[in-house]
Design a protein around this ligand. Structure first.
Ligand code: FES
Ligand code: FE2
Length: 404
């Protein structure tokens, strides 16, 4: 029996009511494989997905790989210094032509040595000269749309997707002074696979309510949940943010409770007295302090699994400081402790969501960002449901007017 009934989709309406009236999404949205397959169509094949940072590619031939919703992706710098995104799936018999990251002259498929240049064009296909009507030109690696936003690289599987950056206009002012484009940090490790739904992780990154509860203690109490705020953004926004006031200027997660790296130089007094949390669903979350940006790139894998890259950005000169390693260790000590608390909760939330007693819960005012995320999701869920049903069923309009 399918989960995907009209009644199920209609029930999302209560998740986009005002925060104080809203319910959480149905638990099956986090646990059901059929729903994850629906999300591939509704979200992952349509939306802009973060794959990494521009500075991971420094010279022609540099490449890295990523996988979103099971789709293997290559991001590579070509001979002209342009960055391209390609499907990594060989157009012969579907072997992946690249793994990990590195520098290469071309992508040679290990299986039968079909060879693709850095733009994905098939330039060599051994012993294919007798094959009838074989057209090398039509067997290139599929090209994906690519866009960058403040040094973050995004791809889109939809060849007619609307550009990302115009729909991020509502958050430009609040991020401008941090200058993410020129910030630098250590290259993160390969993302570990985590056994919970990507939305459980995203909501955890998105959640100010738990800040001084789950993380109660001197490392985190400097940003109390009572100082959370959730600015209204245009309804069409592709990303949003929340703010959380801090108890002192330049609050940062380490044993001194203050920035130990250089503070981003353009910040105002107001910006130095708060933390900024930026979310670009479904794949990028930023925790922004006065001296450090923690970025988390989420790669959905299935209903119960995703993987996540966690990276750090600092003032462009911070890594040249002779004390850099020591200072970084201070931060990592604190952040590791905080993240372990989050991950323990995420693991058990996934278990709870599978229970027959899993609720459609209610929200505190401190969870305004969860409702923002629901708005983003439900619009896409309903949009895809209507596309699948065809043009004769304009139910989204009816639902919207019911919830207005
Ligand atoms: S599968 Fe790639 S060359 Fe055969
Ligand atoms: Fe947390």
């Amino acid at each position: 029996m399918t989960l995907l009934t009209d009644q199920f989709f209609d029930s999302f309406a209560s998740s986009i009511a005002d925060t104080l009236e809203a319910d959480t999404l149905p638990p099956a949205c986090y646990t059901d494989e059929e729903f994850f397959q629906f999300e591939r169509q509704a979200i992952f094949y349509r939306e802009w997905l973060c794959v990494g940072r521009v500075e991971w590619l420094e010279k022609p031939g540099d490449f890295f790989t990523a996988t979103h919703a099971g789709e293997p992706i290559i991001v590579a710098m070509d001979r002209d210094g342009e960055i391209n995104a390609l499907s990594a799936v060989c157009q012969h018999r579907a072997m992946l032509v690249a793994e990990g990251s590195g520098n290469t002259r071309a992508f040679v498929c290990p299986y039968h040595h079909w060879t693709y240049d850095l733009n994905g064009a098939l330039v060599g296909a051994p012993a294919m000269n007798r094959t009838c009507d074989f057209d090398k030109a039509s067997a290139s690696l599929p090209r994906l749309k690519l866009e960058t936003w403040h040094g973050f690289v995004f791809i889109n599987f939809d060849p007619v997707a609307a550009p990302l950056t115009p729909r991020l206009a509502g958050i430009e002012d609040v991020v401008a002074h941090y200058d993410f484009t020129s910030a630098r940090g250590p290259r993160p490790d390969a993302p570990p696979s985590l056994p919970w739904n990507w939305k459980v992780m995203f909501e955890n990154n998105n959640d100010g309510y738990h800040a001084n509860r789950l993380h109660a203690g001197p490392l985190h109490d400097i940003v109390p949940s009572s100082l959370a705020s959730f600015p209204e953004l245009p309804t069409e926004t592709a990303g949003y943010y929340r703010l959380n006031g801090s108890l002192h200027a330049d609050a940062s997660f380490n044993a001194t409770q203050k920035a130990v790296f250089p503070v981003f130089p353009a910040l105002t007094e107001e910006e130095r007295n708060r933390l900024l949390f930026v979310n670009l669903p479904p794949s990028l979350s930023l925790v922004v302090m006065a001296d450090m940006v923690i970025y988390m790139i989420l790669y959905a894998e299935g209903a119960g699994h995703h993987s996540m890259t966690t990276g750090i950005l600092l003032h462009p000169e911070a890594m040249a400081d002779p004390l850099y390693e020591h200072k970084m260790r201070m931060n990592l000590d604190a952040v590791t402790e905080i993240v372990a608390q989050d991950m323990h909760v995420d693991l058990l939330v996934q278990q709870g969501l599978k229970s027959k007693f899993a609720p459609r819960g209610r929200y505190s005012w401190q969870e305004g960002a969860q409702r923002q995320f629901n708005m983003w999701l439900v619009e896409r869920y309903w949009g895809e449901r209507d596309r699948q049903r065809g043009p004769s069923a304009p139910v989204t309009q009816i639902r919207r007017s019911n919830t207005a």
